[in-house]
Design a protein around this ligand. Structure first.
Ligand SMILES: Cc1ncc(COP(=O)(O)O)c(C=O)c1O
Length: 394
């Protein structure tokens, strides 16, 4: 059978078909290869595989057919040559760092990233002699000024968590390439259904598959997408040795999740836009952060760069932590959990959960106040979500 070039197909088709290779059983759905190792026809074949002279499966820490199917499907969706699936979103960022960096190297990272990303760069990579400078996401002169000869990559999350600030990916890619460095984009909030960083010039894309790629809050996983050469030569060797592998079962769940990604992202965005517009009209809401609102500081950029505003809305209430906790605790329908990208709407207080391990000064610099609440809008009826918040406020 001739190989299909998935780049020739639309994203909806890639999402349901790319990556699948049928076994002789002719199954229609993707199978799960629940196996930790693979057998060889002979000792000579084992030696050829181990030495890399012959391609093929050896051990599921580094290759597994179900994981490969997920990798090929996500690579097609992001328009990347290669994808490496790993155990979590943090494992994707850590594997990228361990694969690309050495002592003495430097990273420039936007300040408004997921709290654990800050800790990984600052505390752990710092221990191995890698320095990270944190800059304001939208301050391009700060990005430029922070780049040094030893800067190996720029790392940006756009939209950012939890304030949904937007960085201009094309501009940052031009800046990075002009200075001989790389741009890594965390595409968790948008997914390739809404934003394709590689097409805008980014070198690598990071995913927490735990979020929208799964879409139903079932499994933890992550992925890195980018050029074959960079992934194969620099990041894959870390996966093989360091071992943050994705389980075949999780890969299968993510494969199923990808099939409905486009539909879900459209529905999440529609509900989120409706909720953000409604929140903006409430007297008890001080400020709403949502890229799809004309009041968002980077609304025009978001309109150009993303298909829709996405599913995350955050807002500020008067009265700091006490008022925010009271409102969160009084909801009945919404789930109090820090996860996002689920069909169920979730509500969280970033200052004491996702960003709770940062210092007060770091949170203040990132604009994460005590009165800030983040909602990852799910697929329930919008009127029921609004009703729950209104009742909780009352
Ligand atoms: C934007 C972003 N990137 C990365 C991660 C890390 O992903 P994981 O929890 O799968 O390790 C998260 C998790 O919440 C996130 O929100």
């Amino acid at each position: 059978m001739t190989e299909i070039n998935w780049n020739e197909y639309a994203i909806e088709t890639q999402a349901v078909r790319a990556g699948q290779r049928r076994t002789p059983e002719q199954e229609h759905s993707d199978p799960i290869f629940a196996t930790s190792s693979y057998i060889f026809r002979s000792a000579a074949e084992a030696a050829a595989r181990f030495s890399g002279k012959e391609p093929g499966n050896i051990y599921s820490r580094f290759t597994n057919p179900t994981v490969r199917a997920f990798e090929e499907r996500l690579a097609a969706l992001e328009g990347g040559e290669r994808c490496i699936a790993v155990a979590s979103g943090m494992a994707a960022i850590a594997s990228t760092a361990f694969g690309l960096l050495k002592a003495g190297d430097h990273v420039v990272c936007s300040r408004g990233v997921f709290g654990n990303t800050v800790l990984l760069f600052q505390n752990f990579l710092g221990k191995f002699g890698v320095e990270t400078s944190f800059v304001d996401l939208t301050d391009y002169s700060a990005w430029e000024a922070a780049i040094r000869p030893e800067t190996r990559f720029l790392f940006v999350e756009t939209p950012s968590n939890p304030l949904t600030e937007i960085a201009d990916i094309r501009r940052l890619a031009e800046l990075a390439h002009g200075q001989g460095t790389l741009l890594v984009v965390d595409n968790v909030f948008c997914t390739p259904a809404l934003q394709k960083p590689l097409e805008l010039g980014a070198d690598l894309v990071i995913h927490s598959a735990t979020k929208y790629l799964d879409g139903q809050g079932r499994c933890v996983g992550g992925a890195i997408v980018g050029p074959h050469e960079l992934l194969e030569k620099q990041i894959y060797p870390f996966l093989r040795t360091g071992g943050p592998a994705m389980s075949p079962f999780n890969a299968w769940v993510f494969l199923k999740g990808l099939e409905t990604l486009g539909l879900r992202m459209r529905a999440h965005s529609e509900n989120a836009r409706g909720l953000a517009e409604w929140l903006e009209r409430q007297s008890w809401v001080k400020r709403v952060h949502y890229p799809g609102l004309p009041s968002h500081p980077q609304h025009d950029l978001a309109q150009r760069q993303q298909k829709t505003g996405g599913g995350i809305v955050s807002f500020e209430v008067e009265g700091g932590r006490e008022a925010a906790w009271k409102l969160i605790d009084a909801t009945r329908l919404l789930s109090i959990t820090a996860n996002l990208g689920d069909v169920k709407t979730t509500i969280t207080h970033p200052a004491t959960t996702t960003h709770g391990r940062l210092t007060e000064a770091e949170r203040a610099a990132a604009g994460i106040g005590e009165g800030l609440i983040r909602i990852a809008v799910g697929l329930e009826n919008l009127e029921d979500i609004k009703g729950d918040l209104l009742r909780a406020f009352a």
